[in-house]
Design a protein. Structure first.
Length: 418
């Protein structure tokens, strides 16, 4: 009986801890070598470094200190004295930077951007870059007008069948030999062996042409391309080069009006898209179950204008959703539970702004929040320490007093017992 009561008690405590989960937000700016006033975007490389770039240059950050790469007149291999235009983590692990006058790759041995790149993307670079294994691992970039192939020191450009439509275009690849492109409801396939775009006409269940496709994706689980329209979820048949209508869709009529610049996401069997009015569309591509989730619970509607929204999913199935006016959200994909984090005037423990540029999670409950002019913020979970739940004498004590202790700081110091 005592054992049963103990189990119930532990379950209740665990549930309460989950419901009351708190987080700390630590701001990083100039003292850490980061220039907050011009932060544009950030990403994490294959070794774990965080790269943050803006107009004056690009910084490599390890969570404590940063190294800023910018023009140095006394260093012949430093970046030229021109504003930064873009930076990308390429599929092969290289870090690509582009200024108004040059393109370079990062050399980790010399800690410098001194490696040349054979092609300069003059304008309109889209953050879609693929490496196709069956094409000698060639890199493919998308711009507003071309698909560019880079292999060794050579490059080729292939005109897009239509001009890229901002907010109404999407791209997917099987990382082997094919790239699928959707522009304004029309779908095209680029095959590495043909080196050209071919249009694929989609027909709904009644044989009528369907030009309402708003997203193409590649399902790693099913190992096929899928196309999603306001009518159906289609699956690609590589034997016939056709998209076959599968699931009938009913709740995604407004999803076609996706938020500008937002990229739909696919995690296992779950597809996500963001609408212009800040809602989340969730689709189970296996069962066809659809949900429209109204995210904003804290910002008055009259304060919300021209919503820009995007998201990223960590390896544990947590969806982080960021926006330009609603703060950000932490959404559990399987349970549909979510939290909204906003700036609270007078509360130094809240995030410094509701304008969130991007988020980079670390798969351990921590996340880096890009807050634009307000700098970089680290989000970490805290654990509530309760003295009365101290362990038995023969166990190591890990908590004390009745304070909230930051998990990472707790483990890195001798404040507790390890």
């Amino acid at each position: 009986m005592k054992h049963f009561i103990h189990i119930i008690f532990v379950l209740l405590v665990s549930s309460a801890c989950f419901a009351q989960q708190q987080y700390t937000f630590t701001k990083y700016t100039e003292p850490h070598g980061l220039t907050a006033s011009s932060m544009w975007q950030m990403f994490k490389d294959t070794t774990g470094y965080l790269w943050i770039y803006g107009e004056p240059g690009i910084a490599r950050f390890d969570g404590y200190n940063s190294k800023l790469f910018r023009h140095n007149p006394d260093d012949s291999i430093s970046i030229l004295d021109y504003p930064m235009a873009n930076a990308l983590l390429l599929p092969d692990g290289n870090i690509y930077i582009e200024t108004w006058q040059e393109v370079r790759l990062y050399d980790p041995q010399k800690l410098a951007f001194n490696k040349p790149f054979p092609y300069k993307i003059h304008r309109g670079l889209r953050n879609y870059c693929f490496s196709l294994k069956n094409d000698n691992n060639a890199l493919y970039f998308f711009t507003d007008e071309n698909l560019t192939r880079v292999s060794n020191a050579e490059f080729n450009s292939f005109p897009l069948p239509e001009t890229w439509e901002y907010g109404a275009s999407s791209v997917a690849s099987d990382s082997s030999r094919n790239i699928m492109l959707n522009i304004s409801g029309n779908v095209y396939i680029f095959k590495a062996n043909d080196k050209r775009f071919t249009k694929i006409n989609l027909y709904d269940r009644f044989g009528k042409s369907d030009t309402t496709v708003f997203s193409v994706m590649y399902s790693a689980i099913e190992k096929i391309f899928i196309a999603i329209s306001t009518k159906h979820l289609y699956r690609y048949d590589k034997n016939t080069d056709r998209f076959i209508p599968g699931l009938d869709l009913h709740q995604n009529g407004t999803v076609k009006q996706t938020s500008e610049g937002s990229i739909p996401l696919l995690y296992q069997n779950y597809f996500f898209a963001f609408t212009k009015d800040g809602q989340l569309y969730k689709l189970n591509i296996e069962t066809g179950e659809e949900k429209i989730v109204h995210l904003n619970k804290k910002i008055p509607e009259h304060e919300i204008e021209h919503i820009l929204i995007g998201g990223v999913i960590d390896k544990n199935g947590l969806l982080y959703i960021y926006s330009n006016c609603m703060g950000f959200f932490r959404y559990e994909i399987l349970s549909d539970r979510f939290e909204q984090f906003i700036h609270e005037p007078g509360n130094e423990g809240s995030i410094p702004t509701n304008n969130i540029i991007t988020i980079v999670p670390d798969d351990k409950g921590m996340a880096w929040i890009g807050c634009g002019v307000e700098g970089l913020v680290k989000m970490e979970p805290v654990v509530r320490v309760m003295e009365r739940l101290s362990p038995d004498e023969n166990k190591t004590k890990i908590v004390f007093h009745n304070d909230a202790i930051n998990v990472r700081s707790f483990l890195e110091t001798e404040s507790g017992y390890l």
